[in-house]
Design a protein around this ligand. Structure first.
Ligand SMILES: CC(C)(COP(=O)(O)OP(=O)(O)OC[C@H]1O[C@@H](n2cnc3c(N)ncnc32)[C@H](O)[C@@H]1OP(=O)(O)O)[C@@H](O)C(=O)NCCC(=O)NCCS
Length: 128
């Protein structure tokens, strides 16, 4: 059973400007060390930062409470498997809250925009 969906689109230039202007005080507040290592290793880091920003926002929409809930930006980390497929790794209270859920993430980016789509399912139902 689908419990929630969320989508978000982010202007890459806005993120690029923030990274350039604020550097680590910006990236370190929003992104985990793993995410920073992934994005900064890419040819166009802002594309990947923007995608992860969109993914976190999409997640906040999928859980309905948005940022009014208990989780923090860095409690929702985007990781990629060996084939590049993204998923979430959760930390803190958010990890406990969603331990029994299946969360799916898809990301896309062009030169100007990044977008992410999230589906949260009842994992017990998925296993049936
Ligand atoms: C999946 C695939 C169609 C994506 O095509 P694309 O045009 O580069 O995709 P977009 O530019 O729209 O989106 C890029 C995002 O796709 C996602 N993505 C990459 N590989 C993916 C995969 N195998 N499955 C699902 N999503 C994938 C990533 O989240 C990536 O953004 P990120 O690097 O910031 O996390 C293409 O990469 C592909 O066919 N990959 C096959 C697997 C492969 O060869 N992987 C190489 C790395 S080992």
């Amino acid at each position: 059973m689908i419990l929630g969906i969320g989508v978000d689109m982010v202007d890459i230039e806005r993120i690029r400007a923030s990274v350039e202007r604020y550097g680590e005080s910006f990236t370190g507040k929003l992104f985990t060390d793993h995410e920073i290592a992934y994005c900064s290793g890419k040819a166009l880091p802002a594309q990947h930062y923007a995608a992860r920003f969109a993914a976190k926002e999409a997640f906040s929409k999928a859980i309905a409470t948005g940022w009014a809930g208990t989780f923090q930006w860095k409690d929702v980390e985007v990781v990629n498997d060996d084939m590049g497929k993204p998923s979430f790794r959760l930390y803190g209270p958010t990890a406990e809250q969603f331990a029994a859920r299946s969360i799916m993430l898809s990301i896309t980016h062009t030169e100007t925009s990044a977008a992410a789509f999230v589906i949260i399912q009842d994992e017990l139902h998925v296993k049936d």
